[in-house]
Design a protein around this ligand. Structure first.
Ligand code: NAD
Length: 497
C-alpha cells in the first residue's frame, strides 16, 4: 500500500473563536507531521495567550448573554442529537483523517468515530432524564437542588484517539449548558478542525464552542491560568496533570484529571488461556499501544507462565504492522517522531531489563515512518523501569507470580492506578482481587469494554475525579441547595434587650 493521502486536506488549520475561523494574532504557526513519512503536510495556527484571551472572552459572552445556558434541556438535547447524527454520517471521512493524522489503524479509527457520536447521543439523552434531589423535613423545611452550568470550561486533550476524547468532554460540558474553549493536542489537530462545521450545521449558538490550537506550554498554559475559566478538564500525562494542578491552585479551579497508566492484566492458572492471550494481545497492541488503559504489564501465575509466554510471543509476532490506511493493519505508525524515539528508547532499555521474546525494534520492510514491531519482554522484575513507567506504545512486560498475594502486590506496585484486567474462573477470587487492586476500573474476564453510564477514572497518579454518566454531569454543574421554611422559622433572636 502506497502512502495514502486523503483528498481535500485543508491548506491550513486555524482557530475557531466566536464563530469565526481565525489565525493567531501573532500569525505564528507550527508544522503538523504525517506519521508515515514524518513530513509536514499542513501548518496549524499556534495559539498564544492573546488568542486564548479572545476565545475565553467569546465563550464568556456566550455564557453570560447567549441563549445556550438558558435553553431547556430538551432544546439542547436536540442540538446534541443533531451533532451525533452528523458525526455518524461523516464517520468514514473522520476516520480517514484521524488515521492519517495520528497513525491509528483505519479500522480502529472507525470505531472511535462511532464512539464519538455515541458520546453526544448519550449526554443528549441523559440531560433530559436528569432529576435532582429534594429533601423534606415534614412540617419544617423543604430543600431542593438547583443545578446550574458553571461557565467557561477549558478542555485540554491528548493526541491518542483525539476526536473521541474531545467528544467525551464536549458532550457533557455542552449538554449541561456550559460554553467551552477546546485546546486539542498539537500532534493531531486535523480531526478537531471538523468540529466547528459540525456544530454550526447542528445549530449550536455562536460562541458556545471555541477552539485554539497550539502548544501546551503556550495555549494550554494560558487556558489553565485564565481567571474566567473556572473548570479545567484535562486528559494527558500524569506529570502534565501535576503542573496543571499547581497552576490552577491560585484560582481554585474545578479539575478533572484523566492521566497515565501502567495497568496490569493478571492471568491465574485456572483462566481460559486462549481467551486471556487474545485479550492481553489486544489490550496492549490495539490503538498502537497508545492507549491510557493498555494492559502493559501482564502478570502470569507460574504454573502456566512458560506456556503463556511462548504462545503470547508467537501471537505477538503475527500481529500485522502496516500502513494505517490498510484495513488489514492491526498496528499502524506511532503518532510523531518524538514519541517514536521515546518508545524506542524503552525498547532498548527493555533489552537490559527483561528477556526479549518478540519484536524489539523497527519491523522489517518499514524504512521510514514511526513503526515499532509489537515487542514483548518476559521475566521483567518489578523494579525495572519498563515495569514501572508508562511507555505508551506496542511494548509489554510479562512477570511471573506464585500466589494471589504476590499477584496483588505486583499489581499494586506502581504509582499508577487506572485499570486492571483479571483472568480467572474462580468467582470469589475474581471479586476479592477486584476489590483489593488499586485501580479505578477493573475488568473481570473481559477486555476494555465500557458502558457509558459507568464511572471512568483512575486512582493514585492516574487521575483525580471520575467522569462518565452522571459523574460528568456533576463535574460540569454546580449543585446549589435552596432551603425553604414550611413552618414557623427557626429564628433564635439576638439583641432584643
Ligand atoms: P500530554 O500531557 O503531553 O498533553 C496533553 C495535552 O496537554 C495536550 O493538549 C498538551 O498540549 C497539553 N499540555 C501540555 N503541557 C501543558 C501545560 N503546561 N498546561 C496546559 N496544557 C498542557 O499528554 P499526551 O502525550 O498528549 O497524551 C498521552 C498521555 O495521556 C498518556 O500519559 C496517557 O495515558 C494519557 N491519557 C489518559 C487517558 C485517561 O482517560 N486516563 C486517556 C488518554 C490518554
Amino acid at each position: 500500500m502506497g502512502h495514502h493521502v486523503p483528498d481535500n486536506l485543508p491548506s491550513s488549520i486555524k482557530h475557531y473563536i466566536g464563530g469565526e475561523v481565525v489565525d493567531s494574532l501573532s500569525g505564528e504557526t507550527f508544522d503538523v507531521l504525517n506519521p508515515v513519512t514524518n513530513e509536514s503536510y499542513v501548518t496549524a495556527a499556534s495559539g498564544q495567550k492573546e488568542d486564548i484571551d479572545r476565545a475565553v472572552a467569546a465563550a464568556k459572552d456566550a455564557f453570560d448573554n447567549g441563549p445556550w445556558p438558558r435553553m431547556l434541556p430538551r432544546e439542547r438535547s436536540r442540538v446534541l442529537h443533531r451533532i451525533a447524527d452528523i458525526v455518524e454520517s461523516r464517520g468514514d471521512r473522520l476516520a480517514e483523517l484521524e488515521s492519517f493524522d495520528s497513525g491509528l489503524p483505519i479500522t480502529q479509527a472507525l470505531g472511535q468515530a462511532r464512539r464519538a457520536a455515541e458520546n453526544f447521543r448519550f449526554f443528549a439523552d441523559l440531560i433530559v432524564a436528569q432529576a435532582d434531589d429534594a429533601y423534606k423535613v415534614p412540617g419544617k423545611q423543604i430543600n431542593y437542588v438547583n443545578r446550574k452550568p458553571i461557565g467557561v470550561a477549558g478542555l485540554i486533550t491528548p493526541w491518542n484517539t483525539p476526536f473521541m476524547l474531545e467528544s467525551w468532554k464536549l458532550g457533557p460540558a455542552l449538554a449541561t449548558g456550559n460554553t467551552v474553549v477546546l485546546k486539542p493536542a498539537e500532534f493531531t489537530p486535523l480531526s478537531a478542525s471538523l468540529w466547528a462545521g459540525i456544530f454550526e450545521e447542528a445549530g449550536l449558538p455562536t460562541g458556545v464552542f471555541n477552539l485554539v490550537n497550539g502548544f501546551g506550554e503556550d495555549a494550554g498554559d494560558a487556558l489553565v491560568k485564565h481567571p474566567d475559566v473556572p473548570l479545567i478538564s484535562f486528559t494527558g500525562e500524569s506529570k502534565t496533570g501535576q503542573l496543571i494542578f499547581a497552576n490552577s491552585a491560585p484560582y481554585l479551579k474545578g479539575l478533572s484529571m484523566e492521566l497515565g497508566g501502567k495497568s496490569p492484566a493478571i492471568v491465574f492458572d485456572d483462566a481460559d488461556l486462549e481467551l486471556a492471550i487474545d485479550a492481553c494481545i489486544f489490550g496492549v497492541f490495539s490503538l498502537n499501544g497508545e492507549r491510557c488503559t493498555a494492559g502493559s504489564r501482564i502478570l502470569v501465575q507460574r504454573s502456566v507462565y512458560d506456556e503463556f509466554v511462548e504462545r503470547y510471543a508467537a501471537q505477538a509476532k503475527r500481529v500485522k504492522v502496516g500502513h494505517p490506511h490498510d484495513p488489514e493493519t492491526e498496528v499502524g505508525a506511532l503518532v510523531h517522531p518524538e514519541h517514536y524515539e521515546k518508545v524506542m528508547s524503552y525498547v532498548e532499555l527493555g533489552k537490559t531489563e527483561g528477556r526479549l521474546v518478540a519484536g524489539g525494534g523497527r519491523p522489517e520492510g518499514f524504512d521510514t515512518g514511526n513503526y515499532v514491531a509489537p515487542t514483548v519482554f518476559a521475566d521483567v522484575k518489578p523494579d525495572a523501569r519498563i515495569f514501572q513507567e508508562e511507555i505508551f506504545g506496542p511494548v509489554v512486560a510479562i512477570t511471573p507470580f506464585d500466589d494471589e498475594a504476590e499477584a496483588l502486590e505486583l499489581a499494586n506496585n506502581t504509582k499508577y492506578g487506572l485499570a486492571a484486567y483479571v483472568w480467572t474462573n474462580d468467582l470469589k477470587r475474581a471479586h476479592n482481587f477486584a476489590q483489593s487492586v488499586e485501580a479505578g476500573m477493573v475488568w473481570l474476564n473481559s477486555n476494555n469494554v465500557r458502558d457509558l453510564r459507568t464511572p471512568f477514572g483512575g486512582v493514585k497518579a492516574s487521575g483525580l475525579g471520575h467522569e462518565g454518566g452522571y459523574r460528568s454531569i456533576d463535574f460540569y454543574t454546580d449543585q446549589q441547595s435552596v432551603h425553604i421554611t414550611l413552618g414557623a422559622p427557626h429564628n433564635p433572636t439576638f439583641g432584643k434587650n
